[in-house]
Design a protein around this ligand. Structure first.
Ligand SMILES: Nc1nc2c(c(=O)[nH]1)N[C@H]1C(S)=C(S)[C@@H](COP(=O)(O)O)O[C@H]1N2
Ligand SMILES: [Mo]
Length: 316
């Protein structure tokens, strides 16, 4: 059981499997930081540039947004390391330009998009969503992006399409966490996530390229990440280089690491506990109290029908 010695304590919020991983790799993480190259003198990434979007009120939550500072300094992005502050410290290593996203698989019009072409293709919307991590904390973030469905429909899925698979960039030069041997723990890189086709086409599911009126900071998944607000945070893959329409359910990075702990669906569900901790409550970053976790993270009216008749204990 965890000992809570401060109300706003950070890494101690990580429980179970992930706490174990963090402890194991704490010293190794420090070594990786020391070895990481310093900020290059080349052109700065576009992080911080303002990005215009039309505010979209449907699905917006009334909760006040989490502080930008918290959202950009308290991150999970294992490619940079397992500690919450590793992504912000090492984010300068990631170069979000030039960048392409390969969209292929069971589609009639596969295409590799330049990121700037992709951003121009669809009108950008601002949507305020809750995001809850499986570790028991949550945030409220004004994202900027467009429905993933717009892109999927554009490439025309064929009759064989059943799932959508996301792959994060594999590059140990930019992602120190992918360097073999530096950390005591490693996911099976690249980070892979997936959704059922109907989940991917759901109007709530976004591809995001910004937040808080600006270009997505590197530590939050620049230049493009998925945001699936009714699922645990790890389903929202960052720094995506490939979106593949497939027929079989993808094997995700977290499923491979611990299949009994992280299922494919990973819908936020306060009635189905993680094998080693409760999912009944959460702490909103910036608050002290714990609040009750809502079914499907509060999006039940929109998404519950996707799972009608499914045993959510089995398909966790
Ligand atoms: N590629 C990649 N995507 C990732 C992760 C990661 O480690 N690698 N962590 C996930 C987890 S566990 C969470 S909670 C969210 C955190 O997003 P944030 O840091 O922008 O709040 O990103 C998700 N996407
Ligand atoms: Mo998470």
């Amino acid at each position: 059981m965890l000992i809570r010695h401060a109300p706003d304590i950070k890494s101690s919020e990580i429980t179970g499997f992930r706490l174990y991983l963090n402890r194991r790799s704490f010293l190794m993480g420090a070594a990786a930081l020391a070895l990481a190259p310093s900020r290059p003198a080349a052109a700065a990434p576009p992080t911080g540039q303002s990005l215009k979007a039309t505010r979209h009120e449907a699905f917006a939550v009334p909760d006040p947004p989490t502080k930008f500072e918290s959202v950009t300094t308290y991150n999970n992005f294992y490619e940079f390391g397992v500690n919450k502050d590793d992504p912000a410290r090492l984010a300068h290593l990631l170069k979000p330009r030039p960048w392409t996203v390969q969209v292929d698989g069971h589609v009639a019009r596969p295409k590799t998009y330049d990121i700037d072409e992709l951003i121009r293709l669809f009108p950008l919307e601002e949507r305020v969503y809750r995001l809850r991590c499986v570790e028991g904390w949550s945030m409220v973030i004004p994202w900027i992006g467009f429905p993933l469905a717009s892109l999927i429909k554009r490439v025309e899925p064929t009759g064989k399409a059943g799932f959508v698979e996301f792959t994060t960039l594999l590059d140990p030069e930019q992602f120190p966490g992918q360097r073999k041997g530096l950390f005591g723990f490693s996911l099976d890189w690249p980070y892979v996530e997936g959704l059922r086709l109907d989940e991917a086409l759901h109007p709530l599911t976004l591809l995001t390229v910004g937040m808080y009126g600006q270009v997505l900071p590197n530590q939050d998944g620049a230049p493009v990440r998925a945001v699936v607000p009714w699922k645990y945070g790890f389903k929202s893959a960052k720094s995506i280089v490939r979106i593949r329409v497939v027929s079989e359910q993808p094997k995700t990075a977290w499923e491979k690491a611990a299949p009994h702990e992280y299922g494919f669906y990973s819908n936020v569900n306060p009635t189905v506990d993680h094998p080693r901790w409760s999912q009944a409550t959460e702490r909103r970053i910036g608050e002290f109290r714990r609040r009750k976790t809502l079914m499907f993270n509060g999006y039940a009216d929109q998404v519950a029908s996707l799972y009608a008749g499914m045993d959510l204990r089995k398909y966790f």
